[in-house]
Design a protein around this ligand. Sequence first.
Ligand SMILES: NC(=O)c1ccc[n+]([C@@H]2O[C@H](COP(=O)([O-])OP(=O)(O)OC[C@H]3O[C@@H](n4cnc5c(N)ncnc54)[C@H](O)[C@@H]3O)[C@@H](O)[C@H]2O)c1
Length: 464
Amino acid sequence: MPVPGPGYAITVRVEAPPSASAAGDLTSAVGRVGGVITAFDIVESHTDRIVVDITCNTTSTEHVNDITQELGSLPGVTVRKVSDRTFLVHLGGKLEVHSKVALRNRDDLSRAYTPGVARICQAIAANPDDARRLTIKRNTVAVVTDGSAVLGLGNIGPAAALPVMEGKAALFKKFADVDAWPICLDTQDTEEIIRTVELLAPVYGGINLEDIAAPRCFEIEHRLREKLDIPVFHDDQHGTAIVVIAALRNALRVVGKELENCRVAVCGVGAAGSAIIRLLLRTAPADVLAVDVDGIVHTGRSDMDPNMKWIAEHTNKEGVTGSLHDALVGADVFIGVSAPNLFGAEQVRTMADDAIVFALANPDPEIDPLEAQQHAAVVATGRSDYPNQINNVLAFPGVFRGLLDAQAHEITDDMLVAAASAVADVVDGERLNASFIVPSVFDTAVAPAVAEAVRAAAERSREG
Ligand SMILES: NC(=O)c1ccc[n+]([C@@H]2O[C@H](COP(=O)([O-])OP(=O)(O)OC[C@H]3O[C@@H](n4cnc5c(N)ncnc54)[C@H](O)[C@@H]3O)[C@@H](O)[C@H]2O)c1
């Protein structure tokens, strides 16, 4: 059952009689249909009426209609206006550009723009690396999407993807002071995307690919990494993998197991699942079973793309076949990045003792976390309304902060592993327990710790 939340917050402006019971009548009406009031402001008062703004959290558009109807049905009450607070936040977009230089007079102008700027251009023409010193390239990341796999919404196209990309850029700034800019491409052709990003690259110190559907995302990232001299990072793959590995490290500390002795069932072999498996195997030689919509992945399958072939060749050493339920029997860890409601408490009971269940499908996980808790020792989801939220915000801002600070030309698996360790280590032994395996997204220690780990790994990779 959905809970009223700030994602569906509204402000209803109503006109009501100025009686002693008016406030109580209005708040009771909202409460009767399940709205949660967060503010009640009288914005006008007259001898014959008051005008009130009632702000409340709701669950859906239908719920908003129920609330306004209930208010409108009170004697003498008129609903004047309903404002959706989420839409209000988005009016005109969430980003703007600020100039860092003062332009007060002709002197300022001559330095920031012509004629002075010409000498800067010449310096960069003579030494292209100076672009990282003398332009926004030093601190700027492109957030690139084709709008083909946006949140849980699917292929909604580039314009509809823009609010998400703006949000991502806002998070980059807030958590790591990285200047990120959305680039929503009006094409879903692999070659066009690669060529376009290649053409745009001179301005940026890094490329964050976002919400591009699998398997196209693998080739786009791979080819761009080959072509560009700046790091290319697909957040849906590697941001997720970093946070999952961090959470898993801490969950294993809670239950006292070592990854190399564990059987891990990973359900979902798309963007997130593939990257999780690769980073998992990079961290420790665990026994992994990958499962997708067709069951357990094995080398005997036909029609596998290069990504699936790699997964088949590096997992499932015993060549077992079967369903997700078969893969769960005896597994120490379940990691789901697939689809909602695939199993229940019964299947968790078949897992090894002290099982770890990460059910990360959004918005509805592979198993209801309350059911999973009946038999699992540690449970995590992608949701903010349960403990242990696996959220990429813990990774990508610090990762790019570190890459930009190191003026890195590439991103390596070592940097991803270092980032995962840094996220995990923010939760010290004093705070670690089954309900706290990852830090809060608002923990200000996370991004600097990740940045430092990535910067140090980049230095090592440069020296080595
Ligand atoms: N931090 C997080 O919580 C987080 C991060 C990334 C992805 N996710 C979630 O993980 C899910 C997958 O994301 P993605 O980008 O990898 O998607 P994707 O489309 O690239 O991959 C989906 C995978 O799930 C498999 N799958 C679909 N239905 C299945 C079923 N019934 N049984 C078994 N496997 C099934 C598909 O075969 C595919 O391998 C989404 O719900 C996404 O929201 C959560």
